[in-house]
Design a protein around this ligand. Structure first.
Ligand code: XMP
Ligand code: MG
Length: 174
């Protein structure tokens, strides 16, 4: 009985896709600055890699919202644990998520951010698990659509571990 991780998306594939997303975002904002909101902690690796691939001026801020605890199912109760440092009014905001699962976290968060009057509010996720969607969220930029399996690595954790894996893998609890 031991945990193991099976590679689902190798490092090169993830980084290649992130480069494409960076190009797409740069084209869409065509010379205008973008303000990236990294949802801690899972999106840190993705946000850093993506930011390096965006060619329009980039600013970044960080937010922590309540998500899964040590288990693998959604609490469905979203709270801001650490708010943004800067005002987003009038900015081209791109919210960066690691994964959208039920969509509850993002649906709630986007409502909160909309009230702060950004110029644009876009959503970018590295991974999308549409099979488990409950809340209706429209995603503007998606890295990969994946099946309903619990994944770790590239920022994603199981009980705070495995975030540093350079690839996305499926956790087998043994
Ligand atoms: P919802 O269900 O609100 O959840 O869309 C989004 C958040 O849930 C976490 N999550 C995962 N974390 N592997 C993880 O490490 C997974 O397969 C997984 N699925 C959901 C994640 O924190 C995300 O922001
Ligand atoms: Mg997590």
């Amino acid at each position: 009985m031991s945990e193991s991780v099976r590679v689902m998306l190798p490092e090169e594939k993830v980084n290649q896709r992130i480069a494409e997303l960076g190009e797409e975002i740069s084209k869409e904002f065509a010379g205008e600055p973008v303000h990236l909101i990294c949802i801690l902690k899972g999106s840190v690796f993705f946000t850093c890699e993506l930011a390096k691939r965006i060619t329009v001026p980039v600013t970044m801020d960080f937010m922590t919202v309540s998500s899964y605890g040590s288990g693998t199912t959604s609490s469905g109760n979203v709270k801001i644990k650490k708010d943004l440092d800067e005002d987003i009014a009038g900015k081209n905001v791109v919210v960066i998520e690691d994964i959208i699962d039920t969509g509850r976290t993002l649906a709630c968060l986007l409502e909160i951010l909309k009230e702060r009057n950004p110029k644009k509010l876009k959503l970018c996720t590295l991974l999308d698990k549409p099979d488990r969607r409950i809340a209706d969220v429209s995603v503007d930029y998606t890295g990969f659509v994946i099946p309903d399996e619990f994944v770790v690595g590239y920022g994603l954790d199981y009980d705070q571990r495995y975030r540093n894996l350079p690839y996305v893998g499926v956790l087998d609890l043994g």
